[in-house]
Structure formats: C-alpha cells, structure tokens
Ligand binder design. Sequence first.
Ligand SMILES: [Zn+2]
Length: 487
Amino acid sequence: MNTITLALAALTLIPAPQKMSVTDGAFTTNLTVTYTRDAKIPAEGYRLRVAADGVKVWSSDEAGRFYAGETLKQLAEKGCAPLVEIEDSPRYRWRGVHFDDCRHFFGKEEVMRTLDLMAMHKLNRFHWHLTEDQGWRLDIPGYPELVKYGAVRSSSPRHGTRPNFWQSKDQWQAASDGCRYGPFYYTEQDVKEVLAYAKARHIEVVPEIELPGHFQAVLAGYPEFACQPDFANRDPLCVWGISENVMCLGNDKAIKFMEDVLDYVTKTFPYEVVHIGGDECPMTRWKTCPKCQARIKSEKLGDVHGLQPWITRHFVKFLEQRGKRALGWDEYLLGDVPQSAIGMSWRVGHGGAGHKCLTPGEWAAKGHDIVMTPCSHCYLDYAQGLQDDPFQYIGGNLPIEKVYSLDLCAGVAEKDRMHILGGQGNNWSEYTWNEYDLEWKMWPRMCALAEVFWLGEAKPGYADFKARMQTHRKRLIAQNVNCAPIP
Ligand SMILES: [Zn+2]
C-alpha cells in the first residue's frame, strides 16, 4: 500500500470531522483501541488518535465512542490507518432520515440496512412514516380491522405512469395497475427488532402517526370515524395525492381511537418524540359534517379553521401527560398550539393544502423547536439532475450540490438559533418502488445532508466534499449500496 494513498484515506472521511491533523505519509497496522471516558467532550463527540503504538479514543458518552469507531472504520478500511488526531462533535443534535413505508412498503430488512448506513454517516434519528392515506403499516392491539383493510390496497398507479396529483378520476383509472398491494405491516415483534437494531447504532426511532389528515387507510378499517363514510370498497387511497376523507373531529369515538393508538405507540417506542403528522389536511368534509359543526359550536372554535388546532392541542397535551413531546409538519403549529410542540419545517413558499406558511425563523421566534426538512433541499424523491437516470421522480430538481448548500439557520435570528434542532432527509415513496430505487435516490445525496447536519456552518465547501465523495461512493458501492453517480 503506498503511503500517499493512506494519507489520502484520512481526507476522504464523510462526514468530515470538525478538526483533524494528519501526519503525512505515516501509517500503522496496530489498530488496537484503548478507550478513556472524558466528561469534558461534548455529547456525541469524541477524540481519536491513531499513532504508531495503536489507537486511543476519548468520549463523554457511548454515542461518541460509537462514532469514533465509525470514523476508524473509514480510516482503516484497508487494514491499516494513517496517523491522525481528530477532535469531533456534531453541530446539530437532530440528524435524521425519514422513511415512507406507506406508499410503497420496504420491510424490516431494508429498514435495518438504512439504519446501518445511517450509523456510518453519524445520523441519529429514524423518522418512520407508518400511516398514510395509501396504507397503515402498524398492527395496533384492539383494532384488527386497521391492518385487515388499511394495510392492503386493491391497486396502485402503474410503474412508469406519472399521473399528476390533480388529474381527473379517469386519468388515474387509466394509470391503475389493477394489482392488490399487501397486506404489508409491522407486528409488535418487528418493531421490537427494529428498535433494538437502531439502539445498538445510537439511533432514536421516531414513529409517525398521521392525524387528522392523511387518514383514509384508517377509514378503510373503521369507516365510522369519517364525516361521511362514502368512499368505495373499504380501500385505502389507490392513487397518489391527498384524500379529502379525513378524521371526523366531531366524533368522540374517532378521538378515543387515536388516543388508544398513541397510547400504544408511547408505550412501544421508548423515545421522547412522537410525530403526529398534521400536514395537508383538507377541511372540505368538516364544512358539511353535522358532528364537526356541533364541535365547532360547543368548543367555540369559530369555523372549520379552529378544528385542527383544537385536536393538535388535545394530542400535544395527551403526549405530554405520557412524558412525550409532539412533533408535526409545520402547518400543525398554526393556531393556538403549545410552545412545547416541535415543528418540522418542510414548506418553502409551498401552499400545503391552503394553509398559510411561516418561515422557520418565524416559528423559532414564537419559541417552537424546529427540525429543518425544506422540500427545496431535503426531499430526496426530487430528481437529482443525472443524465439517463433510470428511475422515476415525483418531480423537482435537486442535484447534490444544491443539497450540500443547505444552511439550517438561514433567516433565523441569532437569539432563536438554539431552536433549530437539526435537519432531515425525506424519502417519500410514491415514485419509489423498491430498495434499489430507494438507495439510488437516498445516496449520495444523504451523504451531503449528513455532512451539513454534522458540521453546520463549518462545512468545508462543495468542491472539497465532492472530491472526498468520489472515494466514498466506491466505499458505498463496495457495500452493495445502489449509490447514484455525482453529476
Ligand atoms: Zn365530521
């Protein structure tokens, strides 16, 4: 092994460390690790020294020790490592990957593979999107009809078609594949296995249970929770887009159902944060539903615009009583919602089903903690600007260079920046059919986000990242990751 290649190995780390000094050309094959706890090192941070007489690691917590190990794996992949000193810790504590198992279902093995790749990139939040109009993926005790009807749909848009969200029923019909999809869902045992696998990699799992919109798969199992149970065949939504069949907020039984679901979720998932959706909820059904109208009167909510903040307040408190914090897509913060509710900022000048849009800076100024997932930079189902790309995208234009340019605190006042918890890459799966497709869209763009979340303002710039990424891509391919090229 020539020594120049070895020194370069230290320069191909993804994400790059905060501080590193390399002894040019020197390397060791002695990879025996000695570990020392040092309370002064920041959370999740570490010090790593590779010297001729072996490797020394210091950290204040187990996560830091684990990340030192991940760095060492990249340094020592040829069986020897360059002599380096690294001092490293993350700029942001929320470094997430969102995984949509509803439009298409990927299953436990792909979840675990994603967790492995997250650990490699020092990513620590797995946002598991488990419920949608198009499918319900979590077995809930006491509600067997949920997976019986909600986890299977009678057809889906055919691969290769691209019906626009707003196209007519006839056009959707022409695009239908006519194939039963499912039943696909996770049992309690599956969830336990995923949680244990994630925990061993210092990843918190954040389950998402959508309410009050994106609800049609629930209504397939329990039509009585709808304002007007008039949709066909007890089927989840069989096209992409947003269903107008949402949760009836005038129905106490529908609310009790959601309390039972979230009670189970808070007991099953051990972490603090539970995502309760809250995005893109059409109010059409509420306008003509006698029960919803009665609720508006009895709770003095004014009109239908008062209903969603009312149910959000209810579930933010419900979760608080169980020692949890609610997280939701940013429009769920609209109206009078407790400051403890965390927002996931995804819209950038985007309508979001007619709800008004506040910037992350405005939300942070109101005292809400925010996770940044702007669709302009973090939506990995957007096209990546490759020539002859074999995969289909929902649209958009998001080459890796643009992803890397994300600044999580842009437009946020200095005094409010502590509210920006971090960021996340979102893998929506309408146009993502299988694991090859998923990995192509996620990697290498997720590498860019991992570096943005880890280094923040200290990131060294795209040219530097791109040079390291050429080697890192080979590293991913050697692990059989279907990693897209860098344009
Ligand atoms: Zn209703």
